[in-house]
Design a protein around this ligand. Structure first.
Ligand code: UDP
Ligand code: MG
Length: 317
């Protein structure tokens, strides 16, 4: 039997917590009765510096319900860090962890499917949003544009997967080896290289409280997602410089033509040519500097270079 720990980040979630615990408890009871998860499975709530009664409610629920545990962060550290804090705390207790937002907008029915996949030997199971009709159209549109932009920048991530996923104990142990501070879990987890699969996640509407992700937060996450995993933007500056130099060649031809036919005003030719040539060289210079910075950036992350899947030790001699 699997000892499951669900991890839910909470930021000002007083309105929804009790209901979430009730729904999770029902699910736990069902899965325990079916013999899928063990009786001592847990739901861990991470209070991410809430300004309302969130932590008090978590403490009360902890008293009443043996499944409920909590972690309280000293300040608001953001969704990604809160999830990581929860997972690293849950690691000591869990055979598997499922991260799910405290508002339980994700599909609870996907959880039994995730556990089946775990029993089939998968170490990572991604919840993939199949229908986003419950999301406001602007959110849906911007989220999908964001996934596309990311993959065009070479960031390996799962399309329409947010942070609803199952990680096995082994996956958590490998994740703990990543010591970088710009965390973008959706990009990091595929790097673990463990067997994975996806399950469908039908999003429902928030039953209480309001969304904590406004447009600027979403854009921040999108930028983090790209800049933590890709140095492509830096290379793009260099390419732009090369493009400018190419344009200056065309302009040179045009300028010579203008000089020959006599339409050029004195001084114009040298001015216009130098603008494009100097512009091109400046961009290339910035781009090349950027490429070196990109390499330094990758070095300082100290990401593990590899994860070992298996070792066949020498036979006893
Ligand atoms: N959250 C958090 N810290 C923050 C912002 C959000 O822990 O700084 C939590 C929040 O309590 C919720 C989850 O992250 O459990 C997702 O946030 P929300 O539901 O507001 O986002 P949406 O579903 O609208 O994208
Ligand atoms: Mg939500």
């Amino acid at each position: 039997m699997i000892r499951l720990v669900t991890v839910s980040p909470c930021y000002n979630e007083e309105a929804v917590l009790e209901q979430s615990v009730r729904r999770l408890t029902e699910l736990f009871d069902r899965l325990t009765a079916q013999g899928v998860i063990s009786q001592d499975s847990l739901m861990l709530f991470v209070n991410d510096g809430s300004r309302d009664r969130t932590w008090d409610i978590i403490c009360e629920l902890h008293e009443q319900n043996p499944h409920v545990c909590g972690v309280c962060l000293t300040r608001n550290c953001g969704h990604q860090s809160a999830i990581l804090a929860g997972m690293m705390t849950a690691r000591q207790w869990a055979d598997a962890v499922i991260t799910i937002d405290a508002d339980l907008q994700d599909d609870l029915e996907a959880i039994p499917q995730m556990l089946t996949a775990l029993q089939d030997g998968k170490e990572i199971v991604y919840g993939v949003k199949v229908s986003r009709t419950a999301d406001p159209w602007l959110k849906r549109l911007s989220a999908e544009a964001f996934y596309r932009l990311q993959s065009s920048m070479g960031v390996e991530s799962i399309f329409n997967h947010a942070d609803f996923r199952l990680l096995s104990r082994r996956a958590l142990d490998l994740l703990a080896e990543y010591r970088e501070s710009n965390i973008y879990l959706r990009g990091l987890i595929p790097l673990l290289g463990l067997p994975s699969t996806t399950v469908d996640d039908v999003i429902s509407e928030r039953t209480a409280g309001t969304s904590k992700y406004n447009l600027s937060r979403m854009m921040g996450l999108a930028l983090d997602g790209i800049t933590s995993f890709s140095v492509k933007p830096l290379y793009m500056i260099t390419y732009m410089g090369l493009f400018f130099l190419f344009i200056s060649l065309l302009i040179a031809i045009y300028v010579v033509h203008a000089l020959i036919v006599g339409t050029a005003v004195p001084g114009w030719a040298s001015l216009i040519l130098s603008i494009w040539i100097v512009g091109g060289f400046v961009l290339i210079g910035v781009g090349v500097t950027g490429i070196y910075i990109g390499k330094i950036y990758n070095e300082v992350k100290h990401r593990p270079l590899y994860h070992i899947k298996e070792i066949l030790s020498p036979h006893a001699l």
